[in-house]
Ligand binder design. Sequence first.
Ligand code: GLN
Length: 193
Amino acid sequence: MKIGVLALQGDFAEHISMLKKIGVETAEVRLPEHLNGLDGLIIPGGESTTIGKLAAAYNLMEPACASSDGPHAIWGTCAGAIFLSNDIGRDQPLLGLMNIRVRRNAFGRQIDSFETDLEIDELFKATGTEHPYHAVFIRAPIIESVGGNAKVLSALEDGRIVAAQEGHLLATSFHPELTNDTRFHEYFISLAS
Ligand code: GLN
């Protein structure tokens, strides 16, 4: 099992530490050839416009989408979720792999960042746990709607969607790499294997 983390911009180092914590082999992905032989790819939080521009400049867009030798499971956290989506209502480079409509900076500015506990049944089932998942939101997007085969994994109390899954694709508005809770990373590994 080898998981790559897109290492162009954002908090890729934190994802790598989480993966090491659960004993998974990791690779930093900066060039198309770094995608070869990966079981999964994580796109970190950061600035989605910057990640998109750099991914296009380094010719990573197409190889990340074509799954023959590359990763078959992809997980985007925060800016990564934006980059995975196929509709954000404005023009910027997107992988466009996931049928979710995302709104950037949906909770306001940096100062409106927050933390909250989430119920994520699928995650609890997969990891045999029950305690709530503590989620960190930093200038986070929301998932306005899911289409295609995408399903909602978790929503806030007011119904706003913050995690979704479509087959082997995963999107979270929040940052599991900024906590000590490895359950989301374990869940992603189960999708990648
Ligand atoms: N606000 C950023 C964007 O729109 C995402 C922030 C984050 O990844 N924490 O790209």
